[in-house]
Each structure stands twice: as structure tokens, then as C-alpha cells.
Design a protein around this ligand. Structure first.
Ligand SMILES: [Zn+2]
Length: 66
């Protein structure tokens, strides 16, 4: 078709304003603990769109060892 999907070399994932969460396919190559972190990170953006103090507190509450 002459088109390529977007290439996200540095982003592990992102959460759109409409709630859609997209994950980088390269996550299949990383340890499960990293995948858990990325998923929790992106799901937390459903409640906190920005990396505010409350966002990080919510992430830490779900993954206290990070
Ligand atoms: Zn983020």
C-alpha cells in the first residue's frame, strides 16, 4: 500500500485522550516486570493525563517496588 505504521522507537506506550491505550510491539522483548510497569503507567493515565504528583503516587501504589 506504500504506507508504513508509525515507528515509535522511544515510546513504550501511550494513552490517547479518548482512552485508547497503544503499546509498542517491542515490549515483547523486555522482561515481564517492564511490561507490567508500562501497562500500569498507561492505565494510570486514564485517571491522570499528566505526570503530576498524584499520577506518580498512583503508579507507586500499584507497583510499590518500582
Ligand atoms: Zn506517561
Amino acid at each position: 500500500m506504500g504506507v508504513k505504521p508509525p515507528e515509535y522507537k522511544t515510546r513504550r506506550g501511550f494513552c490517547h485522550a479518548d482512552g485508547l491505550i497503544a503499546l509498542n510491539w517491542r515490549l515483547v522483548q523486555v522482561p515481564l516486570s517492564v511490561i507490567d510497569y508500562v501497562i500500569v503507567h498507561e492505565l494510570t493515565h486514564r485517571s491522570y493525563p499528566h505526570h503530576c504528583r498524584e499520577f506518580w503516587a498512583a503508579v507507586r501504589s500499584l507497583l510499590p517496588q518500582k
